[in-house]
Design a protein around this ligand. Structure first.
Ligand code: NAD
Length: 686
């Protein structure tokens, strides 16, 4: 049960919120706070109050279990107004973090002291809303318009050291926070409360920041609306500003973007709860990485950053030198970006080896060698021979059959796919690919490792491309068909960026290299897989040596403009590769086809159990493929459109191209029953 404790010591009331794990501001805490401050007002023995949090941090934000429900009294703005109105001084003593509502409570206190390293911020925009408990009105009064605007529009927290400079907090606590707070409180005895609401209204203008924010978060409503609320502080008296904040807050609460971001928030947590998996993970301390190319070096970096011991095996000394240089570069960048101190960096390096015997003591070996079945099988046969019993043997393959890799060993139960995304030390997604034989505790180990690396793991079944790359193949094929039919790759990229992806599919091809797509088409051809209409224009670009960014030219020309310029030569090559007359496809039609292909294949992936639930697909597309978070992922987005709308589109496309556009049975059934993908999420996670 959440509790708000009240005790007095030397004329100081110490009010402590205890609501593990994060002191969220649920109804019981809000009521407890209101009661504690009433008691303080009436307590003749207390001249000053100190507000603190028990446990890891000061106060959390809203209680997520109250999301989407009718608000329960007392409201947070009322509780904060009550604290601020206290006739006697109130000091917030902050440690760990004060984010969102937690910081808004602190802003309602009259003074603030914080432990070094405390993170303070107003991240509400990341959930599609704005600080709705006075944050947009009090913050600019305290630290100025521009600084408040930056903090609120970015949602990024700052550290106490920085906050003390801006005036967000008054003092840094040296040593014990409680002792420092009591000493500060003793100085405040007899002082008149310094209420943030009574500070002079901030002055200035945020139009530059608003324009920059709109450019940085295209299509998103919350960041710019939050700035509008902050701007209100310059022209409205405090209470009217609060009313305006409330009005804008309520408006955001009802937007589809808010619904998408909340879905994404819950999805990030739900993916870790794999239906039916309750095994304990195996212990991981020492990670072996086989292959030190793009992926192996990135995986090694991620493990080092997480404090794991790493041994990296390459074929020869040159391979090791290359891997060492990549890892050094990654770690140096981490230091430059402030993610790692120079001190810690100095001690970080893998052990390097050219013999697999070096992995004898590794708890897990992660293979990232060339994407060829015979090479993988040979590596796994060797791992089987050298690794200790109980070691997890993982492959980073993108497409190959992990069942087939597993049977190259005599311990297929220990084999799992761990599909990282490039760059592996940056990208959040990890697909944990479970074979027919993978032991539950091996799957659990994949999830535990992901958590250790700060990644989001999603369980995937075995098929060509698992969850993400399989769905990618489908919507890429839809894009290629549109190009063959008449759309310019540039028009497709623009439409997909407008939808909210950071890049269009042809920009992504340029980044990955056109050789990758070419090799895949050749492999599928060799395997005799049904290929449909081949992207002959992509073959032509490949044969022209236009491999993308690495050769200076691909779909775009990077020689003059680093960001890539459209190139008439490409338009010519594309036009020549068309067999029929080009037809016009506008942005709406492009987006409908692209998204329908994505959702349709995703429905198959769910129906086949490759993804356990629709939300697993959403997490994969959000964290590995740039799907706009405020649209919640393709399955959430499809539900929001109405599955009947998507089905109608697919049936329309199918009338023209029945070989490619067949409605997935799951999508068709749900659409006909008036159901939604979300219904399937609830089934297993309750
Ligand atoms: P890469 O060519 O950059 O690196 C492969 C490395 O493996 C090379 O340095 C090579 O010397 C080394 N190697 C080959 N055989 C070896 C052996 N027997 N022992 C030790 N080292 C050996 O390839 P990459 O892009 O890092 O891809 C590696 C794997 O990761 C592939 O299976 C690929 O499909 C997968 N993958 C790649 C990406 C990506 O974006 N590049 C993303 C996810 C998964």
């Amino acid at each position: 049960m959440p509790e708000v404790h009240y005790e007095t010591q030397d004329g100081i009331a110490v009010i402590t919120v205890e609501n593990p794990p994060v002191n969220a501001l649920g109804q019981a805490v809000r009521a407890g706070l209101a009661e504690a401050f009433d008691r303080f007002a009436a307590d003749g023995a207390a001249q000053v109050a100190v507000l603190m949090g028990a446990g890891r941090l000061f106060l959390g934000g809203a209680d997520i279990t109250e999301f989407g429900k009718a608000p329960l009294a007392p409201s947070l703005p009322d509780v904060i107004a009550g604290i601020e109105a206290s006739p006697k001084p109130v000091l917030a003593a902050i440690h760990g973090a004060a984010l969102g509502g937690g910081l808004e409570v602190a802003l309602g206190c009259h003074w603030r002291i914080a432990a070094p390293g405390t993170r303070l911020g107003l991240p509400e925009v990341s959930l599609g809303i704005l600080p709705g408990a006075g944050g947009t009105q009090r913050t600019p009064r305290l630290i100025g318009l521009e600084a408040a605007g930056r903090m609120i529009a970015s949602g990024k927290p700052i550290r106490a050291e920085e906050a003390v400079e801006s005036g967000l907090i008054d003092r840094l606590a040296g040593g014990d926070l409680r002792a420092a707070a009591l000493a500060f409180a003793a100085e405040l005895k007899g002082e008149a409360p310094r209420r943030t609401r009574d500070l002079p209204a901030p002055q200035g203008d945020l139009s530059d920041l608003r324009a920059a924010t709109a450019a940085k978060t295209p299509g998103q409503i919350a960041p710019v609306t939050a700035l509008d609320a902050v701007m209100a502080s310059t022209r409205l008296p405090f209470d009217d500003g609060i009313a305006e904040e409330r009005r804008l807050f309520r408006h955001l609460l009802d937007t589809p973007q808010r619904a998408g971001l909340i879905h994404a928030f819950f999805t990030d947590r739900a993916v870790a709860k794999v239906p039916g998996l309750d095994a304990a993970p195996r212990a991981i301390d020492h990670v072996g990485v086989v292959g030190g190319g793009t992926m192996g070096a990135g995986i090694a970096t991620a493990c080092l950053l997480a404090g794991l011991r790493v041994t990296l095996v390459e074929r020869n000394a040159e391979g090791l030198d290359r891997a060492r240089a990549t890892i050094d570069g990654n770690l140096d960048t981490a230091v430059q970006r402030g993610k790692l101190t120079a001190d810690k960096r100095a001690g970080l390096a893998p052990a390097f080896a050219t013999e697999m015997d070096a992995l004898a003591e590794a708890d897990i070996a992660i293979e990232a060698v060339f994407e060829a079945m015979d090479v993988k099988r040979e590596v796994f046969a060797t791992l089987d021979r050298v690794c200790k019993p109980g070691a997890v043997l993982a492959t980073n393959t993108s497409y190959l059959d992990v069942n087939e890799i597993a049977v190259a060993t005599d311990r297929p139960a220990d084999v799992v796919g761990l599909h990282f995304f490039s760059p592996a030390h940056v990208m959040k997604l990890l697909e944990v690919v479970v074979t027919d034989a993978t032991a539950p505790d091996v799957t659990a180990t994949g999830f535990a490792l992901a958590k250790r690396l700060g990644k989001i793991a999603v369980r995937a079944g075995v098929c060509d491309g698992f969850i993400g790359n399989r769905i990618l193949s489908a919507y890429r094929a839809a894009a290629d068909r549109m190009v063959l039919d008449g759309a310019s790759p540039y028009a497709i990229d623009a439409a997909i960026r407008d939808f909210g992806f950071p890049m269009g599919p042809y920009q992504v091809s340029d980044l990955a290299g056109l050789d990758i797509g070419f090799m895949t088409r050749e492999r599928l051809k060799a395997e005799g897989a049904p290929q449909g209409r081949r992207a002959t224009f992509a073959d032509a670009l490949y044969h022209a040596g236009r491999l993308g960014r690495k050769t200076g030219k691909g779909y775009y020309n990077y020689t003059a403009d680093k960001r890539g310029a459209e190139d008439p030569e490409v338009e010519r090559i594309v036009a020549e590769s068309r067999t029929g007359p080009a037809r016009a496809l506008d942005a709406d039609e492009i987006t409908r086809r692209y998204m329908a292909a994505m959702v349709n294949e995703a429905a198959r992936v769910v129906a086949e159990g490759i993804a356990a639930r629709p939300l697993d697909v959403d997490a994969v597309l959000l964290h590995g493929y740039g799907f706009p978070r405020w649209k919640g992922g393709p399955m959430h987005w499809a539900d929001a459109q109405g599955l009947d709308t998507i089905l109608a589109d697919i049936e329309r496309f199918a009338a023209e191209e029945p070989d490619f556009w067949q409605p997935a049975p799951l999508l068709r059934d749900l659409a006909r029953e008036g159901g939604a993908f979300a219904d399937l999420n609830r089934k297993d996670t309750a």
